[in-house]
Design a protein around this ligand. Structure first.
Ligand SMILES: Cc1cc2nc3c(=O)[nH]c(=O)nc-3n(C[C@H](O)[C@H](O)[C@H](O)COP(=O)(O)OP(=O)(O)OC[C@H]3O[C@@H](n4cnc5c(N)ncnc54)[C@H](O)[C@@H]3O)c2cc1C
Length: 507
């Protein structure tokens, strides 16, 4: 057992790079099995036999088929250590052909599979629930081509987002998305979750930025939609079926992404604000004053920043305020952009919307502030168990749920905080408690989803539905839309082997 814990620790350390702090996940107690915690019944799939393992070893080679319990364990546990599956096999294909052979075989044998990228997903979609075979894409990590004129990048699905960003930056381009998990998450995982993140306000979501996809269907058929064109109206836009479907309709093996030009000037402002109403006024003003160069407008409340500063020992460049706003601009003229942002700061300090703030174009200072913002997501993990919600709401009601939850929980939580992408109407609400209990869970769920539904919001703005939310999906999806989703699943994966127990409520 101690070896198992050591291996888990080693894996955690190796995947937690950059701004996701190691210490966040160092507590090494194993989470409860998902099937027990959430009382799930195993579906009628075949069990993995030694003949199956031998087949996989024949097509992949011994070293790319993990079967030792201690080797497999880390792949069974999700990032927030909420879910734990019971898989006994991890497969690490290196090519589309290998993925196709694996799926064809699994489909014929009725063996369920769980596709896994960087395993940074926050809704339990990337780990098995029972003994699903894990298909991990880490070794499919090659850049295939980059057209430096159009910005079209074609790569394999296991490429780590940050590696791609570094690669294209050397060629004066950037990836159109950025998120706190960039050092670990993979472009295939990003596509499968339609990841949003910090630059969505400026560069739009992946349904727009992804130009083409190659994916493998449950029966092993390779679907080649890997065009790198901006415009292609030849019939149904099939790539969209795979974007955001969380590995339930097919497995993504290659992606073509449009990379915008590397901005010559990046300027960042970090401001203290009195109340949420003022944040809304500030956002309105930022859109007018900063216009075409505005690339991010993020907020965090005092509790979010304070928890991160205290738990992770990070510096806060300004004093304590009830709310914080981070504004970033991407432009082509540093002097012009930083002057524009400084003018915005002094105008809004005069108006009282900003209480204090700092504006910088220095890369090291920019990095420090972003690091603080990006670390909020995991900061609560050192304190105990974290319930994480990720919802879209009309901006008027964006922050309403946070004080409502504090009242409802009436001191049962160590801290409740809100932060997120104001520009996209997407707030993350974290509730930190000493440990998971069903009592607290039942106070939060379905209450949060009912409230979101009243405002016609979305119960999942960017993390997806995964394993944690299929039975709540009806709060955001009309029955007719849900039926079409089920029909599509039936068509593309009739045996239901792809990521079962995820996204769709029981069929
Ligand atoms: C610190 C932190 C910050 C985050 N910030 C954001 C944020 O700002 N915005 C945001 O949207 N998300 C955010 N996330 C969530 C997460 O990083 C994203 O959902 C990310 O896109 C997942 O990528 P991944 O490679 O880790 O996928 P995984 O977690 O491995 O998988 C996610 C889902 O995609 C499926 N999948 C993975 N790879 C494939 C593939 N090749 N083919 C088919 N299905 C596949 C899995 O089965 C699973 O259902 C954050 C997470 C952390 C830990």
């Amino acid at each position: 057992m101690s070896i198992m814990f050591r291996k888990l620790g080693i894996l955690i350390k190796s995947i937690e790079k950059n701004n996701i702090r190691e210490k966040v996940r160092c507590a090494s107690t194993l989470p409860q099995l998902s099937s027990e915690k959430y009382n799930i019944k195993r579906k009628q799939f075949s069990n993995v036999e030694s003949t199956d393992v031998n087949y996989f070893k024949r097509i992949l080679g011994e070293e790319r088929v993990l079967t030792e319990e201690t080797d497999v364990m880390p792949y069974n546990i999700d990032w927030i250590k909420n879910c734990r599956g019971q898989s006994s096999v991890v497969l690490k294909p290196k090519s589309t052909e290998e993925v196709s052979n694996i799926l064809k075989y699994c489909n014929e044998r009725r063996l369920a599979v769980c596709p896994q990228g960087g395993n940074t997903g926050l809704v339990g979609g990337s780990v098995p629930v029972f003994d699903e075979i894990i298909i991990n894409f880490t070794l499919m990590n090659k850049v295939i081509s980059l057209d430096e004129i159009s910005g079209a990048l074609i790569c394999e699905s296991g490429c780590i987002l940050e590696n791609l960003d570094n690669y294209v930056r050397d060629r004066n381009l950037i990836m159109p998305l950025d998120l706190g998990a960039k050092g670990t998450c993979q472009i295939g995982g990003n596509a499968s979750t339609n990841a949003g993140g910090l630059r969505l306000l400026r560069y739009g979501n992946l349904h727009g930025s992804i130009l083409g996809i190659e994916a493998v269907k449950a029966d092993g058929t390779v679907i080649d939609c890997l065009k790198a064109l901006k415009k292609d109206n030849t019939g149904y836009h099939l790539k969209h079926l795979f974007i955001g479907s969380e590995g339930t309709l097919g497995v993504i093996t290659k992606v073509a992404v449009h990379c915008p030009a590397l901005p010559k000037a990046v300027t960042l402002g970090f401001f203290g604000v009195e109340n949420f109403e003022n944040i809304l006024q500030l956002y309105r003003s930022a859109k007018t004053s900063l216009g075409e160069i505005l690339s991010a407008f993020e907020m965090a409340d005092f509790e979010a920043i304070n928890t991160t500063v205290k738990n992770l020992k990070l510096p806060n460049p300004i004093a304590d305020y009830p709310f914080y706003v981070l504004v970033e601009t991407h432009g082509s003229d540093e002097g012009h952009d930083s002057e524009k942002l400084s003018r915005f700061l002094s105008k809004e300090m005069d108006s009282g919307l900003i209480l204090d703030g700092t504006v910088t174009s220095e890369p090291a200072k920019i990095q420090t502030i972003w690091n603080l913002r990006e670390s909020i997501a995991g900061a609560g993990l050192v304190q105990g168990y974290m319930f994480k919600y990720d919802v879209s709401l009309p901006l008027r009601n964006y922050y309403d749920l946070v004080p409502q939850l504090r009242t409802k929980l009436n001191g049962r939580a160590s801290v409740v905080f809100g932060y997120g992408h104001v520009g996209d109407g997407n707030i993350h609400i974290n509730v930190i408690v000493p440990e998971y209990t069903k009592e607290i869970c039942s106070l939060l769920e379905p209450y949060i989803f009912e409230e979101v539904s009243k405002f016609n919001g979305s119960i999942s703005a960017e993390h997806g539905i995964g394993f944690r939310k299929p039975h709540f999906i009806h709060y955001s999806k009309d029955p007719s839309a849900l039926q079409l989703m089920k029909d599509l699943k039936q068509l593309m994966d009739p045996n239901g082997i792809l990521n079962p127990y995820k996204v769709l409520p029981d069929m």
